[in-house]
Design a binder for this molecule. Structure first.
Ligand SMILES: Cc1cc2nc3c(=O)[nH]c(=O)nc-3n(C[C@H](O)[C@H](O)[C@H](O)COP(=O)(O)OP(=O)(O)OC[C@H]3O[C@@H](n4cnc5c(N)ncnc54)[C@H](O)[C@@H]3O)c2cc1C
Length: 398
């Protein structure tokens, strides 16, 4: 058994950590100010100039396409390398996704035909195109099988009608992976399809943005008699449910790694504050309540990190069914970060509540994490269902 990560990943970690501290930390106040200035508009929290600069810098540092196979222009380093980088990048509140965003990449890798490889997968894998997933609807979120957007095959074309809700990045992407029902009676087995939809396709309208807690917003899409060619079906007609679930699994592991990055930052801030802040003649570090917040936070982060790295290692070993790990990680890591963010505010008092530190920002952001990519309750339910079906506890080592 080896609990060490390879030396080259430790070097990668060191390099990204330095980049984050020297180049992202100084941008944080601007991120906070832009979020406050946004109101209910969709002004992004990173200005276009800063985003362009970050794109250039991260490309120079060789941080793009870490897990992308070489045949698609990537570095083929695998899930563990990606997790090391994602954790470090998310020690900062500058929310910046290293191209390509891995979950849709996985969907494309699993389902693209050779023609789609060239048009969508390769440009996406090399950061030249962006994409979004359009699955959720006003009446179907956790329960993907309840979506009602229709795909009808008429006169040699697919005609799409429906409404999609909460679609991130919609105006910025080059194409969508859109999920629609082609045969209600067949449901998940034969009736649930994915389509590649280019931006600007007639019949596709970005209706409005909806802002949420935690520096996030998403968009409503209206699809009215949108016509698609048969070549725009992604994968086999009617069989998109399993690739969609596989995509969610990848996102959940990454989200858990993000939580570890934020938690690490918050614990550092707690330690620093506890060592310098004096009340009633003693530092906070000498108060047992504060010591316990710090040690509980440290234990929880350590456990979470081991779970995340174990899951990434399993992916690199070729394990395909990561449903149980993804469910455990999603719940444990998002709830871990919620608790740590709350304690970090408490240690800092008024300062923790202020917009002069990143703590309250993370506190609000993590509230979203407990809902997106499946609420905690769904993951607890799915995990229990799997374990009860197996009739035995999850085996960490087999
Ligand atoms: C900022 C943001 C960005 C998003 N981006 C995207 C995107 O890019 N693409 C996309 O397709 N979607 C996106 N979503 C949608 C997101 O994935 C859904 O909001 C999420 O899956 C939950 O669905 P829902 O909001 O419809 O909640 P519901 O399904 O209505 O669930 C509400 C609550 O009911 C409870 N619940 C539901 N079912 C059960 C059950 N079986 N057992 C116990 N409790 C249950 C849970 O507590 C849950 O929180 C985004 C959402 C947000 C807020």
């Amino acid at each position: 058994m080896d609990f060490q990560i390879p030396d080259e990943y430790l070097e990668l970690k060191k390099m990204v950590r330095k980049f984050v501290e020297s180049e992202l930390f100084p941008l944080e106040q601007e991120i906070i100010n832009r979020e406050s200035a946004r109101g209910t508009t969709d002004m992004p929290s990173i200005s276009p100039e800063v985003e362009k600069h970050l794109m250039q810098r991260t490309e120079e540092l060789g941080l793009w396409g870490l897990e992308v196979p070489e045949e698609f222009g990537g570095q083929d380093l695998g899930a563990l390398a990606k997790i090391v980088v994602v954790e470090q990048m998310n020690r900062s509140i500058v929310q910046y996704t290293l191209p390509p965003d891995a979950p849709n990449l996985n969907f494309l890798k699993e389902c693209c035909n050779p023609e789609q490889y060239e048009k969508y997968l390769v440009p996406y894998a090399t950061g030249k195109k962006r994409s979004a997933l359009a699955m959720t609807e006003p009446n179907a979120g956790s329960d993907a099988s309840a979506i009602s957007t229709r795909a009808d095959f008429k006169n040699g074309k697919w005609v799409i009608n429906g409404t999609k809700a909460w679609i991130s990045y919609a105006p910025k992407v080059d194409f969508f992976i859109l999920i629609a029902i082609n045969d209600k009676a067949k449901g998940k087995k034969g009736g649930f399809s994915a389509f590649l939809v280019d931006k600007g396709t007639p019949g596709l309208k970005i209706e409005r943005n909806v802002n949420t807690i935690g520096d996030m917003f998403a968009y409503e899409l209206v699809l009215e008699d949108m016509e698609l060619e048969p070549s725009q079906v992604l994968g086999e007609v009617g069989y998109a449910f399993i690739p969609l679930q596989n995509r969610f699994g990848v996102r959940r592991i990454e989200l858990a790694a993000r939580c570890c990055g934020y938690a690490d930052r918050l614990i550092q801030l707690m330690i620093d504050q506890a060592n310098i802040r004096v009340t009633f003649g003693k530092t906070l570090a000498e108060r047992q309540a504060v010591q316990w917040w710090i040690s509980d936070s440290m234990m929880e982060l350590h456990a979470a990190r081991l779970m995340v790295y174990h899951a990434a290692w399993k992916v690199d070993q070729g394990h395909k069914d990561m449903r149980k790990e993804a469910a455990m990680l999603k719940v444990y890591c998002t709830e871990m970060l919620s608790k740590i963010a709350d304690r970090a505010i408490q240690v800092h008092g008024g300062l923790g509540l202020s917009k002069e530190m990143p703590i309250e920002y993370i506190y609000r952001l993590v509230r979203i994490f407990r809902i997106v990519e499946g609420p905690s309750e769904i993951h607890r339910w799915l995990l229990a269902r799997e374990i009860l079906k197996d009739g035995k506890p999850y085996e960490t080592f087999k």
